[in-house]
Write a protein that binds this ligand. Structure first.
Ligand code: KIV
Ligand code: NA
Length: 275
């Protein structure tokens, strides 16, 4: 099992940090078997598992429920859990209560929060209380409505300068790593070089200290729209739907179940039963 310190060592040695999302027992088991460094129980579960069109509908109860299952599937992997929409905005006290629940009730190791600015005191309070924090800047899906949709962030010099300042503030607030989502690769490179803590990119090019992708995107599993930054390594949708179609058809044509799938009573017992 890795620790936050191992991720700093990985950065200093130029060894990429590999993060993958997982949302339940089987996906967590697979990601642990694939030997990823970190599992993220992302609030993207709202989209890929629950079928919402936004992460803002995801609740604390959702995150707790899924993170517990992930922990059972990946007991030996470092697990980060997303703090859901509005669970770290109301007051520092609420943030601490919610952050503590996500760690204590699930056995996860760290939490992730989107944004800088007003979120910085919340990062600081969590870290002070002993809860490791991953920051998340660039395209922050929980505030997509304010950002004007799902667009690349930090494309102009002014926005890039603001982001360079914000990532430093996240580091100073105590974040041990930072996710950079959908930003130009040159900016991601500059940020990664300017920070002591590792950067983990998604749609941020090859120069970040690590990468993260959504489990369902890697596998093409139930996803409708695949963003430009995703590489799908297989398509399990076809395979799974075909298998299900075959089952439906075999039941209808009585090709399933066969004897080998059935239990049989001994002849003598049958005789006793019917006389
Ligand atoms: O929720 C999520 O899956 C994420 C990653 C895309 C970084 O936040
Ligand atoms: Na997220």
């Amino acid at each position: 099992m890795k620790s936050t310190k191992d991720f700093w060592v990985q950065k200093s040695e130029g060894k990429k940090i590999v993060m993958v999302t997982a949302y339940d027992y089987p996906s967590a088991k697979q990601v642990e078997q694939a030997q990823a460094d970190v599992i993220l129980v992302g609030d993207s579960l709202g989209n890929v598992v629950l079928g919402y069109d936004s992460t803002i509908y995801v609740t604390m109860e959702d995150m707790l429920h899924h993170a517990k299952a992930v922990k059972r599937g990946a007991p030996n992997t470092f697990i980060v859990v997303d703090m859901p929409f509005m669970s770290y905005h109301l007051s520092v006290r609420d943030t601490l209560i919610n952050g503590a629940r996500l760690i204590q009730e699930t056995g996860a190791h760290a939490v992730k929060l989107e944004g800088a600015d007003d979120v910085l005191p919340h990062i600081q309070a969590l870290v002070k209380a002993g809860i490791p924090v991953v920051a998340h800047l660039g395209l922050t899906p929980q505030s997509a409505a304010v950002l004007g949709g799902f667009k690349v962030q930090g494309k102009d010099a002014e926005a890039a300068r603001k982001m360079l300042a914000d990532v430093k503030l996240c580091q100073e607030a105590g974040a041990f790593a930072i996710v950079l989502e959908c930003i130009p690769q040159q900016l991601a490179k500059e940020i990664s070089m300017s920070l002591a803590i590792p950067t983990i990119g998604i749609g941020a090019g090859v120069h970040t200290d690590g990468q993260v992708l959504v489990y369902h995107d890697i596998l093409t599993y139930g996803v409708n729209r695949v963003p430009k930054f995703v590489k799908a390594y297989t398509n399990v949708d076809e395979q799974m739907t075909n298998a299900l179609r075959e089952y439906v058809s075999e039941v209808r044509s009585e090709l399933f179940p066969k004897d080998q799938h059935s239990f049989t009573m001994k002849e003598e017992e049958l005789k006793t039963l019917y006389g």
